[in-house]
Ligand binder design. Structure first.
Ligand code: GLU
Length: 473
């Protein structure tokens, strides 16, 4: 599927959902359209040559500000891909009640072909271009990591922004999220998307009726999982699902190939093995499939398939060979609209990207709030709560005459740290949004999939904002 088909797929999902909303056509058009597209070519000195780099920043919707979304470094970047991803960000934010419009950036480079110094030069120049055109700022547009970028790149963006604007803008730290924790980042941002994916899957599996329909038992524990992509999102989803959910991971796919072992593969050991050997292939006890056959990972028999790499992984070409009963879209756009219809017909449960991978932007929102408040979460109340809980425990001891052990005391009488609050806020967000989406699904006769329900949810929330402007009926 070409990138324009990915954009088309997202638009198809919108159109399908729009039919369930009864909204004015003009309003629907305004919600659907990309508000601003910035395309730039800039020169960067690489060795003794000058490379002209193609880059984008798309702000899909200004119904709320700032706009928000990651920056991806990939040789596949095109304008339409960035537009599709920015569009998804708008709906994603609305679904999880993160008060931002959607945006996305893309720099068309293969990151691993450059040294750290060269990447820093590219990142700083890209940021300077955004500053020049007013496409970045804590109240304007706030980038974050995406495919091919991480905390390191966000630190460069922050530093560049500060260099230009730090003297005037007291909230400069809120110009980008996903920063290192020692540079105004927030604890729990790196794991956030994967943790959110886990909470979403766990919630879906907790509803007996929905599991029964797929011939599955209630609860995430003991379910088998296959993961495509061991980047930040895939690896955290896997680690948390295994450690906190009791999931058995039986297959993995990466650029170098795929592996399968129905007895289960410990993800921590696999990550260590890959670090040592540079590959997942030949992991002891598992069957290995070389690079040319790596797409087979999508076809392994399992309860939950987690595509956590790029868009366009399940298409009309392979859809009939997919055996999973639940597909958890950790990546953006892994299933195209044609393939989706076939999967729904077969009763496969699709946990859609616009909901399932919203944990990243949710914790980005917490980071932005932290930056605006200039204070770490938990600083004011941690010790107060600790004292209050301790008093309570002591009161119970006094009234009952029973001694509560030190271990129990330390569990009960504990004030929350930043990481505890971030995880709790993320869990609340993912659980509430799941039930909201499921309710829309069950209330609308004819609606038969969670993605359309999630889009309906997003469209209704965004239309509310526009209607309050008084422009639309
Ligand atoms: N790039 C991530 C996404 O696609 C995170 C965006 C953000 O944190 O702003 O959702």
């Amino acid at each position: 599927m070409s990138k324009s088909k990915f954009f088309q797929s997202v638009q198809n999902y919108f159109d399908k959902a729009a039919r369930y909303t009864n909204l004015d056509d003009g309003l629907l058009h305004q919600i659907k359209t990309c508000n601003a597209v910035y395309r730039i070519n800039f020169p960067v000195k690489i060795g003794n040559q000058v490379k002209v780099v193609e880059a984008y920043r798309v702000q899909h919707s200004h119904h709320r500000n700032p706009t928000k979304g990651g920056i991806r470094y990939s040789r596949h970047v095109t304008q339409e891909e960035v537009m599709a991803l920015a569009t998804l960000m708008t709906y994603k934010c609305a679904i999880v009640d993160v008060p931002f419009g959607g945006a996305k950036g893309g720099v068309k480079i293969t990151p691993w072909e450059y040294t750290g110094d060269e990447l820093e030069r590219i990142t700083r120049r890209y940021t300077a271009e955004l500053i020049k055109r007013n496409f970045i700022g804590p109240a304007i547009d706030v980038p974050a990591p995406d495919y091919g970028t991480g905390a390191r790149e966000m630190a460069w963006i922050y530093d560049t922004y500060q260099t230009f604007k730090g003297g005037d803008v007291i909230d400069a730290a809120g110009c980008v999220t996903g920063k290192p924790t020692n540079q105004n980042g927030i604890r729990g941002r790196t794991e956030a998307t994967g943790r959110g994916v886990f909470y979403g899957i766990r919630e879906a599996c907790s509803i007996e009726e929905d599991m029964k329909k797929r011939g599955l038992s209630k609860g995430i524990e003991g379910k088998t999982m296959v993961i495509q992509g061991l980047g930040n999102v895939g690896s955290h989803t896997g680690m948390i699902s295994q450690d906190e959910g009791g999931v058995k991971i039986i297959g993995f796919g990466e650029v170098e190939g795929a592996i399968y072992d129905p007895n289960g593969i410990d993800i921590h050991q696999l990550l260590a093995f890959r670090k040592e050997t540079g590959s997942i292939l030949n992991y002891p006890g598992a069957k290995s499939f070389p690079k040319e056959e790596r797409d087979i990972v999508m076809e392994f028999e399992c309860d939950i398939l987690v595509p956590a790499a790029l868009e366009d992984q399940i298409t009309m070409e392979n859809v009939d060979r997919i055996k999973a009963k639940i597909i958890a879209e950790a990546a953006n756009g892994p299933i195209n609209s044609g393939a989706q219809e076939k999967l729904i017909e077969r009763g496969v449960m699709i946990l859609p990207d616009v909901y399932l991978n919203a944990g990243g932007v949710t914790v980005s929102y917490f980071e932005w709030l932290k930056n605006l408040s200039h204070m770490r979460f938990g600083r004011m109340e941690k010790r107060f709560n600790q004292r209050a809980f301790t008093n309570l425990v002591e009161l119970v001891e006094e009234k009952t005459g029973k001694i509560i052990g030190d271990r129990e005391k330390s569990v009960v009488a504990r004030g929350a740290d930043e990481i505890d609050l971030v995880r709790s806020g993320l869990e609340e967000t993912m659980v509430v949004a799941y039930h909201q989406t499921r309710e829309i699904l069950n209330m609308n006769g004819g609606l038969n999939d969670l993605r359309t329900a999630a889009f309906v949810n997003a469209i209704l929330k965004i239309s509310n904002d526009y209607q309050s402007l008084g422009i639309f009926p």
